[in-house]
Design a protein around this ligand. Structure first.
Ligand code: FES
Ligand code: FES
Length: 155
């Protein structure tokens, strides 16, 4: 039988206590235990960014983090970005700029962009490229994605 550990954490502003299977990834825990399915699995080996979530405000590839590492930390998923029924500015800008096609990369892209703008409200093009360097878009919507992030800057 798989060993489980009790973990305490905050997810999208709510405190939670859950059992996490030792050895399971954070990605698997978020999708299967928390039932937050905005986060996606692409490569499973840290190369595509589809699984990005914010841990203590920093973007991480949740396929490379263990679920038990969530203990004592603050998790934000794409479901937690909108507030009081209003989309986050970055989410709205992605819609306004048609910054997606299939949408598979979009939650990870938006969370990486959110983390960048929290850290640097007026990023340069180079800052944007660097912040998104771990997020791949197989549809090639990079130009629109950059445009959406630029439009979300400085506010
Ligand atoms: S699924 Fe995690 S980086 Fe690709
Ligand atoms: S919009 Fe399809 S992978 Fe980015």
């Amino acid at each position: 039988m798989s060993e489980k550990i009790t973990i305490n954490f905050t997810v999208n502003g709510e405190k939670e206590q859950r059992e996490a299977v030792v050895g399971h990834t954070l990605l698997r825990f978020i999708r299967n235990e928390l039932h937050l399915t905005g986060v996606k699995e692409g490569c499973g080996i840290g190369e595509c960014g589809a699984c990005v979530v914010l841990l203590d405000g920093k973007p991480v590839n949740s396929c490379l983090v263990l679920a038990v590492e969530l203990d004592g930390r603050e998790l934000v998923t794409i479901e937690g970005l909108s507030k009081n029924g209003e989309l986050d500015r970055v989410q709205q800008a992605f819609i306004d700029h048609a910054a997606f096609q299939c949408g598979y990369c979009t939650p990870g892209m938006i969370l990486s962009a959110r983390a960048l703008l929290d850290r640097k409200p007026n990023p340069t093009d180079a800052d944007i490229d660097e912040a998104l360097s771990g997020n791949l878009c197989r549809c090639g919507a990079y130009q629109e994605i950059r445009g959406a992030i630029k439009a979300s800057s400085g506010k």
